[in-house]
Design a protein around this ligand. Structure first.
Ligand code: SF4
Length: 319
């Protein structure tokens, strides 16, 4: 079937002509902070403001996504001191294989619900912030959803950013770590590895998936460091009372993080303990899904500190 262009960019909406199927990123997804991956910093979730959308026939769109020319994007924003060092342009990709009970962006679950954006367009946006990145020691972060649901698109963005001299980070659960080629990882300076739980049972209850792929991915990153190609790793852990706060569960994560430094010293440079909160609840309601943590309170200061102390006892710099 021939490609069918339904709508094109309106005049004056942007500076450069777009390929068919593109979305133009003209304004940040300025919002309260609210994505699923980091409950202490809930971000995104309000779409892509000021965009020109062009639709193409489905088969063509899928082919462009497979090649990485086109991605499915939920939103983006500029942040400081979140998602990596300095000021960062964080892009939230659509699609995630996990179903974390505390997710703040359940509207990123399905890749089909995202907005098509070309790699070229996103890189053009990043180029405009070069001065900001240089002045603040920042860069770009690909988050989600799950960035490794779209490895070809991610690889193009990361490589293009590196060619511009931009520091790159990915925020991932590691569940799809096998999707990350060595070439893709060569273009990653920092991995924010979200370890949802340390024991299998808690991991499954929290995410509906298995823990092992995450563990394997972290070990692969550490081993790459031995060859001089390993990214820095920050471990992120969401602390949810009654779900992830058990001493043993935390201990398993701390041991794991420490073991990565055993493979290659200096792999894990930071652990972030992110206190759960309820700011994502309304999104679950909005998409008509049951929200199981409705009655769960945020962790107390004492509990959060207990968990941070646990990590520090393993020699990990913890915030
Ligand atoms: S991994 Fe997926 S389900 Fe879990 S918090 Fe992140 S976006 Fe939500």
């Amino acid at each position: 079937m021939a490609a069918m262009m339904i709508r094109v960019s309106p005049p004056g909406a942007g500076s450069a002509p777009l390929p068919a199927d593109a979305t133009r990123l003209d304004a940040p997804a300025s919002r309260g902070r609210g994505v699923g991956r980091a409950p202490s910093a809930p971000r995104a979730g309000h779409g892509l403001d000021g965009l020109d959308v062009v639709e193409v026939e489905r088969a063509e769109r899928l082919a462009a996504m497979r090649s990485g020319e086109l991605g499915s994007v939920h939103s983006w924003e500029l942040v400081t001191a979140v998602d990596g060092p300095g000021t960062r342009l964080t892009t939230f990709l659509s699609g995630c294989p996990l179903r974390c009970l505390y997710c703040h962006n359940p509207d990123t679950f399905a890749m089909k619900d995202g907005t098509p954006v070309t790699a070229e367009e996103l890189l053009s946006r990043m180029r405009r912030y070069l001065g900001v990145f240089q002045a603040t020691g920042g860069g770009i972060t690909l988050s989600g959803g799950e960035v490794l649901m779209q490895p070809a698109f991610a690889a193009r963005i990361l490589h293009g950013a590196h060619e511009l001299g931009i520091h790159t980070a990915i925020d991932t659960s590691g569940y799809l770590g096998a999707n990350a080629s060595d070439d893709l990882l060569d273009d990653v300076d920092l991995v924010l590895l979200d370890v949802k739980a340390g024991d299998e049972e808690t991991y499954a209850r929290t995410t509906s998936r298995e823990l092992q792929p995450t563990l394997d991915f972290g070990r692969r990153l550490a081993a790459r460091g031995l060859t001089g190609h390993g990214p820095e790793v920050w471990i992120r852990f969401v602390l949810v009372p009654g779900l992830t706060d058990a001493w043993e569960n935390v201990e398993r994560i701390a041991e794991y993080a420490s073991s990565l430094n055993g493979i290659r010293p200096g792999t894990v440079t930071r652990v972030e303990v992110l206190p759960f909160h309820q700011m994502g609840r309304s999104k679950w309601e909005a998409i008509g899904r049951d929200y199981e943590l409705d009655g769960t309170a945020a962790p107390s200061v004492e509990l959060t500190e207990r968990v941070r102390v646990q990590f520090r006892a393993h020699g990990l710099t913890t915030y």
